[in-house]
Design a binder for this molecule. Structure first.
Ligand code: GLY
Length: 578
């Protein structure tokens, strides 16, 4: 009996071995001819295809951005915005393109406040009033015009095909739709109509989601570029849809949108050059600020993810997020003290202040009451966030792109523009509606991030390129609101301080502190004794049931030129060469 069972199992395994693809081995994600890594698996195919056809990193990143906006409409797309960081091999220059959304011209500092100063959170997070002016397509168009080598239509083509042939529904995608079904009710029928089966039925796992409306829109973009979204019938429909849901968006808002080509924010860390996104992202500033502070500690000696290590790094995170709340916003509207924040002198000052424990007790660095770590629920549920996508590309010539794009939270404003397949963002939630108010992520802001017409909301997106001897060494970024910044930080520190290969660096358990709430959030893989020790020295520790971020990272070995791509186990991520 036992023998027969073993035999039949052997036969079954043999049969499967014939019909199944080779098992995935993360170590195998390497190439000499270019590499893509992203949090949206179908977008990786688009990038590999473009690189294989002779496109450069910019072509591949643009193709992936469009494809990601088809495959994971719930995360990012042409109704949203993003940041594009580019390294050009030929000149050694870097460019930071700000395609972040802007507040409509009719937006104001008090637009979400009632007479008592209470914030209407719902209006800020969903429906027409939450929609900021989209900028992504213009950003993609400009970087392609300036640096791309393949025709525009060719880089839009993979996304069009994905609309036509259908996006395979994976477990992450299906879970997102399950959440939508539970939360959205009947207010956003076009989103339900385009993303679900008739009758609002969830699609089957492995089935394909076809998007004919979005296909038409992308064909128009392939023909006319970003103008397809700012003039003519698509633009009219965008304005109509936002206004039908109570919004204030106008055609003039769409037509007067402009990107900003900004000077990247720069720093150094243990012999590496760090290049990242400047304000209106807070990501690059605080990444460099934290690295400057950490540089004076011997992190390796503390031990990776030891309680002392988590303690010291968390204290530095706390300072960064307090500074974020006080000083960060759109630099075109507010004098953000970037130079001071990323200076080595300030980094040293933070390192010195953090060392003596007594300092932590001083306001506003309040201690939380020690509580027992609290794990919610068994198992390892997938992440609860869906609103942002990261794309990293390195081509064979050494050009690199790190691009993070977003509609903010799950399906953004929840509005899909009828007949176009465009999901409109809810980026207005990233503004601070009042000094005490927090956004969906619980991060606080101030006057620096108050709302004004045509101002860009503060972001945490941290597209980053690390250079060694002038050549791209690490290209990294992540989704997940404020956890993006600490995810990129830990990816950089894991590779530089602890010498981890890129796969280990992204897979390692992560932690996060954002000043308020005053607690260290840790992933559940951190050992119990580490958590207890953190609690013993006075930290409040929250063990999250969710993974933190999803690092889509490429690392190039300067010795061999081999490029390694990461596959973050927390998400539906993918990496590969052409
Ligand atoms: N909407 C997420 C971010 O920009 O940080």
């Amino acid at each position: 009996m036992t023998f027969r069972l073993v035999c039949s199992l052997t036969a079954l395994v043999a049969l499967l071995a014939v019909s199944l693809p080779a098992p995935v081995n993360a170590e195998k994600v390497f190439s000499r001819k270019g590499m893509v890594a992203t949090t949206v698996a179908p977008a990786a195919h688009a990038g590999r295809e473009i690189l294989a056809r002779g496109g450069n990193a910019i072509d591949a990143a643009v193709a992936m951005a469009f494809a990601a906006g088809v495959a994971h409409q719930f995360s990012s797309g042409i109704g949203g915005g993003g940041f594009i960081l580019i390294h050009l091999d030929e000149t050694g220059e870097q460019f930071a393109v700000d395609a972040r959304e802007m507040a409509p011209r009719a937006g104001s500092a008090t637009m979400y406040l009632d007479a008592e100063g209470n914030v209407d959170k719902q209006a800020k997070r969903q429906g027409g009033l939450s929609v900021a002016v989209p900028g992504l397509v213009q950003g993609l168009e400009e970087v392609h015009q300036r640096f791309g080598v393949l025709p525009w239509e060719d880089v839009v083509a993979p996304a069009i095909r994905l609309c036509r042939d259908g996006v395979p529904i994976g477990p992450h995608h299906l879970r997102i739709l399950g959440i939508v079904k539970k939360r959205f009710g009947d207010d956003y029928p076009e989103t339900i109509r385009t993303q679900f089966l008739p009758g609002g039925k969830l699609p089957e796992l492995g089935s394909r989601l076809r998007q004919p409306d979005l296909e038409k829109t992308l064909r128009a973009i392939a023909r006319k570029g970003s103008k397809a979204l700012t003039t003519g019938p698509i633009a009219d429909s965008i304005v109509e849809a936002a206004r039908a849901h109570g919004g204030i968006l106008t055609l003039e808002d769409l037509q007067k949108y402009y990107t900003e080509w900004r000077e990247p924010v720069r720093g150094t860390y243990r012999g590496h050059d760090i290049v990242s996104m400047p304000p209106p992202s807070s990501g690059g500033v605080h990444l460099i600020q934290m690295l400057n502070a950490l540089e004076s500690y011997d992190l390796k000696a503390l031990g990776h993810n030891s309680s002392e290590y988590i303690h010291q790094v968390s204290e530095v995170m706390k300072v960064a997020f307090a500074d974020r709340a006080a000083h960060l916003g759109d630099p075109d509207f507010y004098p953000v003290p970037t130079e001071w924040l990323v200076s080595k002198a300030y980094g040293l000052e933070i390192a010195e202040r953090v060392r003596p424990r007594a300092w932590y007790a001083k306001p506003p660095w309040r201690w939380g009451k020690p509580v027992l770590a609290n794990v919610k629920g068994p198992g390892a549920p997938p992440p609860n966030d869906a609103g942002t996508t990261h794309i990293s590309v390195l081509d064979v010539d050494g050009n690199a792109v790190s691009l993070t794009q977003t509609v903010n939270t799950l399906f953004g404003s929840r509005i899909t523009v009828p007949g176009t397949g465009i999901v409109l963002n809810n980026e207005m939630d990233d503004f601070s509606a009042s000094p005490e108010a927090v956004n969906l992520w619980g991060v606080q802001g101030n006057a620096a991030n108050s709302i004004a017409p045509r101002k860009r909301p503060l972001s945490s997106m941290t597209p980053t390129i690390v250079l060694k001897d002038g050549e791209p060494w690490l290209i990294s970024g992540s989704p997940m609101g404020p956890l993006i910044i600490t995810t990129v930080l830990q990816t950089v520190v894991n590779t530089i301080d602890f010498g981890m290969d890129v796969q280990s660096a992204v897979a390692s358990p992560r932690f996060h502190h954002q000043w308020r709430p005053d607690r260290i959030a840790v992933e559940r893989a951190h050992p119990r004794d580490v958590i207890e020790r953190l609690e013993a020295i006075g930290h409040q520790v929250y063990v999250s049931p969710y993974g933190f971020g999803a690092s889509a990272t490429i690392q190039r070995d300067p010795l061999t030129g081999i490029m390694w791509g990461s596959v973050d186990p927390r998400r539906d991520t993918a990496a590969g060469g052409p």
